[in-house]
Write a protein that binds this ligand. Structure first.
Ligand code: GTP
Ligand code: MG
Length: 330
């Protein structure tokens, strides 16, 4: 009987009632609302809307790089370093290789180190299943929520494999691209289109003897890229880190902070915030439209298709009619 009551309560708490506890940084409320946002449940939209008004304070840092480059290990150490400065830290890990969700893998790992039990650290892994464009939206929602909850720093970890992943990390104020020696192809970051998006390059695992080669190659690529050098007031650094004795981690944290300061002093932060907002509006609108088209595929869309086939209307006119129909409906 008790179970039933508990279950019902779990289901019926409206998302809007989670807003206050989220603002008070209640981890259970945060986890619950992220799960709802992740599933794309429309019921949580008013809650997310209310929380959005409280965002804009967190320092959002994206970390990307090829699989196995040492991102998670580095983020753990970076989190420890940031905690030592008194800051609260949240980590959102987008883990496409993981069949789990809800942070079980990370949760297990994190329990083994000094972050365990720290109420000022929140770690969450996002499932990558779901609709196209959904991953970026869900991750951005999670970042907003953690920002509203008052975490000083929010890290996003993502494997740089596709456009979706790049979109995710582009919502950060500072983007770190991690490369590692010994992964077969040292210029993988460049191939994956990650060279251009980095504010800071990190070569991890520099305890390995082949790390110097990776660092050298990366540095020469950056020097050669004239566009990249001309474009930025911020000279893109290449840092070396190692999980052995947390080498380079303090320097990385300081570099992240210096980058943030540089954005503030040059005023580029405003531009960045604007481009983040723009990308999110357009991405959300696109995802919404795609969802609507799928919803009406058998009805309205197929009726229009028949009319196009019969030459009663051209495809352009049909598309406009379809969109106009959605506008009157919403
Ligand atoms: N030698 C050495 N190995 C490291 C270092 N950092 C991480 N590793 C190892 O590299 C492997 C991958 O580390 P992760 O931190 O899980 O890498 P990741 O980039 O988060 O991996 P994915 O999330 O799967 O893309 C693990 O076996 C780590 O133990 C380092 O500084 N030196
Ligand atoms: Mg990882």
């Amino acid at each position: 009987m008790l179970f039933v009551i508990k279950d019902i309560r779990t289901i019926v708490i409206p998302s809007t009632e989670l807003v206050e506890p989220v603002l008070a940084r209640n981890p259970r409320a945060i986890a619950r609302l992220i799960t709802r946002a992740e599933s794309g449940d429309a019921e949580c939209r008013p809650a997310l809307e209310a929380l959005y008004a409280h965002t804009g304070r967190a320092q959002v840092v994206g970390m990307t790089g090829v699989a196995g480059s040492g991102k998670s290990t580095l983020l753990d150490m970076l989190t420890v370093a940031a905690r030592k400065t008194g800051r609260t830290v949240a980590v959102v890990a987008v883990d496409p290789s993981s069949p789990y969700s809800g942070g079980s893998i990370l949760g297990d790992r994190i329990r083994m180190n000094q972050l365990s039990g720290d109420p000022d650290v929140f770690i969450r892994s996002m499932a990558t299943r779901g609709a196209l464009g959904g991953l970026a939206r869900a991750t951005h929602d999670a970042v907003d929520l953690l920002d509203a909850a008052g975490f000083d720093m929010v890290f996003i970890e993502t494997v740089g494999v596709g456009q979706d992943e790049v979109d995710v990390v582009r919502a950060a104020h500072t983007i770190i691209v991690v490369s590692a020696p010994g992964l077969g192809d040292d210029i993988q970051a460049i191939k994956a289109g990650l060279l251009e998006i980095a504010d800071v390059h990190v070569v991890s695992k520099c305890d390995r003897s082949d790390a110097a080669k990776t660092i050298k190659e990366l540095r020469s690529m950056l020097t050669l890229d004239v566009d990249l050098n001309r474009k930025r007031a911020w000279p893109i650094p290449v840092l070396a880190t190692s999980s052995e004795e947390a080498q380079g981690v303090q320097e990385l944290l300081e570099t992240i902070d210096r980058h943030r300061e540089s954005l503030e002093t040059t005023g580029e932060i405003v531009q960045r915030r604007r481009s983040i907002a723009e990308t999110r509006v357009l991405q959300t609108a696109e995802a919404f439209l795609r969802g609507e088209f799928a919803k009406h595929r058998d009805g309205r869309v197929s009726a229009l298709v028949e009319r196009v086939m019969a030459r009663e209307i051209d495809p352009h006119g049909a598309a406009q009619e379809l969109i106009a129909g959605l506008q009157t409906e919403n």
